[in-house]
Design a protein around this ligand. Structure first.
Ligand SMILES: [Zn+2]
Length: 137
């Protein structure tokens, strides 16, 4: 079953690992199971370039299996990204990550960014590339 948030180094839709893992977040960590340090992309790792409502672009990783479902899965993909974004606001999360709590100004800027994401959803796919073509080393 896929997570309700985007997982680092994983497919933005099904959470399958699309990058090799050099180190993984351990149990008890707020991002337990996520790749902490990613290695090379796997052969089925796809990088998609999305265009957002304001005309800016955003890159996401998906697995080859999920690529045909990307258009239909766009709302889900964005929701998972937003969930990952707002996680960073939580006091408990920040403490577990060894980060200092947000001050009022920082909190406001994170909230503004979350609202911007909510109002600036992806509206189309511009480019699809294999990650192994993007990273050739
Ligand atoms: Zn997938």
């Amino acid at each position: 079953m896929s997570s309700d948030r985007r997982r680092d180094g994983c497919c933005a839709l099904c959470d399958a690992q699309v990058f090799e893992s050099i180190t993984t977040r351990t149990e008890g960590h707020p991002l337990a199971g996520d790749i902490a340090l990613r290695g090379k992309p796997k052969s089925d790792a796809i990088r998609v370039m999305l265009v957002l409502m304001d005309g800016s672009v955003n890159y996401q990783s998906v697995c080859e299996k999920c690529l045909p479902y990307l258009s239909n899965g766009m709302a889900k993909l964005w929701k998972k990204n937003m969930k990952r974004q707002v996680m960073g606001i939580g006091a408990e999360y920040r403490q577990q990550m060894g980060m200092s709590p947000l001050n009022d100004q920082q909190r406001e800027s994170v909230e503004v960014e979350a609202l911007r994401m909510l109002n600036n959803r992806p509206i189309g796919v511009i480019a699809v590339q294999r990650w192994r073509e993007v990273i050739k080393r």
